[in-house]
Ligand binder design. Sequence first.
Ligand SMILES: *Cc1c(COP(=O)(O)O)cnc(C)c1O
Length: 467
Amino acid sequence: MKFISTRGKVAPIGFIDMFLMGLGEDGGLIVPETIPTITAAQLKEWSKLSYQDLMFEVFSLYTNNEIPEQDLRKLIQDSYATFNSPDVLPMTSLNDSLHVLELFHGPTFAFKDVALQFMGNLYAYVAKKQNKVINILGATSGDTGASAISSVRGKEGIQICILHPNGKVSRVQELQMTTVRDDNVLNLSVNGNFDDCQQIIKELFADVPFKTKYHLRAINSINFVRILAQSVYYFYAYLQLPEKVRADGVNFSIPTGNFGNIFSGYLAKQMGVPIKQLVLATNENNILERFIREGVYKPEGFHSTHSPSMDIQIASNFERYLYYFNGENAEATASRMEQFKSDGQLIFSAEEVARIQNDMTAYSVGNSECLDTIKTYQDRYNYLLDPHSACGIAAYEGAGNKNDGAFVSLATAHPAKFDEAIRLIGIEQKFPEQIQELFDKPQQQVVVDNAKEEIVTQLEQFYKVNQ
Ligand SMILES: *Cc1c(COP(=O)(O)O)cnc(C)c1O
C-alpha cells in the first residue's frame, strides 16, 4: 500500500511518511494508490469485534506492517481508553428505523476525539521511534483545538500550540483548551476571527525555513489518517445493526463542514460497507449543499450559526471527492482546482450533477430549524441533541428516503458543549462532571493581536524554553 496525491506530483510514499506529510507537498490531498476492498463474508466475520479490534483490522489494510501488530493494537487501545463508554461509540435507537451513533464520548465531548486521540498517540509513537521532535501547530474554531491538546498534553517529544479566536469559541471549548496546564501546551488567543487564525497558520506553514527549523506538523482534517480513523465508525455502525435489519444495507445522515466526516463514509462505502444513501447535512454555510443540489461549488457569505464547528466556507476535503469523481485522474483534479483558484467557483454539468447526486444527497439546515429539531426530539424521544447532531437529524427528516431501510444519524457533540444554543429553547441540562469541573479551574492563555510577528515571537519563545 502506497499513498499518492490527488494532484499527482508526490512520489508514492508509505503510511508513516504519509502521516507526517499531512498535506501533499504538491498542494494536493493524500489518498491511497488503490482503495482496499473487503468481501461481504469478511465483513460479516468482523461483526463480533470490539470497536478497537475493528479499527485494527481496517488500519491493517493500510499500514503496510510499518507498525508492528502489537504496537498498533496498543496505540488503538490507549487512544480509546479515555472514552467514557465501554462501547466507545454507543448507538441509541430512537425508533425501529432511526439510530443515533454517538461519537462524543471522548475526553472533549466531540467527534474530533475519535480521530485525534489516535493521531496524538501516533505522533508520540513516531517521535520516539524516529527520535524526532514534533511541534504541532494549528488553528481552531473550538473542537479540533480542544481535542488535539487533550491528545498530546504531557507527552514526551511533542509540543502543541493552538490559535483560537479570542471570545469566539463556546465557553466550554475555551475552558477545555485553556485549563490544561502541561508545559508542552501553548494557547494563543488571537484578537480576530477564525479565518485570521487560519491565515497566519497557512503563512507559517508556507514559510519553509521556519517550518523546517521548528519541525512543524499540522493536525487539521487534511491528514488522511484522520479520514481513515473516522471511516471505522461507518463499519461499526453497520455491524451494530441486527443482521436482519442490515441485510437491506444502511443509510447515514452526516453533519459535515470540511467534507471530512462524510468523506470518511464515502471511503467506507468504497471499501465495502453496504451504504445506500449518504445524506450530507450542513448548516446555513451551505456551499456543499449547493454543490450537490445545483452543481455549483462557490463560497458565499459567512454565517454564524448554532453549530459553529460547521461554519466553514471552503471544505478542505472536497478535493478528495473530486479526485474520485474524476475517475482517480490527478491531472483532471489539478486542473479543476486551478480553475477554482482563478474563477472562484466550479460549475458542473447536468450530467455530472446527476452522478454527484447518485453518490450523495444534501440538506441545509437553517438556524431556527436546528433549534426546532432539538425541541421536537427532546419532546418526542426525551433525547437531547446538540446543534450539530440536530443538523444531521433535520437532514434525515428533510432529505432522507425513509423507505430505504435503516438510518444512522451521526451525533457529533455532547449537548453540554453547546449549552448557549440549548438554553435558547428553554431546556436546562445537567453537565457531565468532567465539564462542570472545568468552570473552577484556572485558565492559561496568551492573548495576542492578529499579527504574524507577535505570534512568531511567542512561538520562538515557547520552542526555546521547551527545547
Ligand atoms: C468538526 C465537526 C463537524 C464537522 O466535521 P467535518 O470534518 O468538518 O466534516 C461536525 N460536528 C462537530 C461537533 C464537529 O466538531
